[in-house]
Design a protein around this ligand. Structure first.
Ligand SMILES: [Zn+2]
Ligand SMILES: [Zn+2]
Length: 156
């Protein structure tokens, strides 16, 4: 057995690959390690209103997989509800991630971890969609059952 070393960026270790992420200006830097718990697109009104985009490409991680490596005190937080604590860089305003304490997961925006192979598996909150996407992936009316939703799948 090799002695345990902390893995450099992009390296393979027992806990999986580590990917670098940063905000728009780079003042905030972080890493995610291993495999995300889920990847997909959210069409909900909250994601659209906060991101000012038509759809949110999410990757969900267990909190221990996400590590802020630079600029932790430069992260702003806003929570409209207890479900979502939205984080952004105080310098550039770039969005970083959203903490979902109830789900025990952090949504790291796919756009801020460009090296992670993004493999979306699902669309959620599709009943609220303003940008229908015909990619053949399952379209959940709201959320999967295991995340407290109806689990109902609707047409593209
Ligand atoms: Zn920034
Ligand atoms: Zn959403």
């Amino acid at each position: 057995m090799e002695p345990t070393k902390s893995p450099p960026s992009g390296s393979q270790s027992a806990s999986g690959k580590t990917y670098q992420g940063n905000c728009f200006c780079g003042a905030v830097q972080f890493t995610v390690t291993g495999e995300p718990a889920g990847m997909g697109y959210c069409h909900c009104e909250s994601c659209r209103a906060w991101s000012a985009g038509p759809v949110n490409a999410f990757t969900l991680w267990h909190p221990q997989a996400v590590r802020v490596t630079k600029g932790a005190d430069n992260i702003g937080t806003y929570n409209k509800t207890e479900k979502s604590y939205r984080k952004w860089c105080k310098t550039c305003g770039g969005h970083i991630f959203t903490d979902h304490p109830g789900m025990g997961l952090i949504d790291v925006y796919a756009a801020v971890i460009p090296d992670l192979p993004y493999r979306p598996g699902i669309h959620v909150n599709y009943q609220e969609s303003r940008l229908p996407i015909k990619d053949g992936l399952p379209k959940m009316k709201d959320m999967p059952k295991e995340m407290g939703g109806s689990g109902v799948v609707i047409a593209e």
